[in-house]
Ligand binder design. Sequence first.
Ligand SMILES: [Zn+2]
Length: 113
Amino acid sequence: MNTAIRPKNITVNKQAGELVIDWPDRTCRYPLSHLREACPCVECRGGHENMGMANAPDNLLALTPARSYKLDADEPVSMVGNYALQFRWDDGHSTGIYTWEYLYHLCPPPQDG
Ligand SMILES: [Zn+2]
């Protein structure tokens, strides 16, 4: 496991509703609603025992978002130290800390077309 992985660039494509991260070895496009559904915070995981990389979803795109989520207009994405991202969602939720390791793990496979 590469715990030293760092994104080279992070952008939010609001029109496509996705977060785009350029990793050293690939570019990953994360649909925002699925990313919200994969929120790693204790509340969304349903308890501390369900947190951590061992419980990270293996296929982000297989998750079924409860609804269509967007990022809040103000401060939608912020850095947490130098190791994670925190999102402010349009449902007011913002406690999830998405580490680089977690985001890299969640990278959806490239879509054809
Ligand atoms: Zn959460």
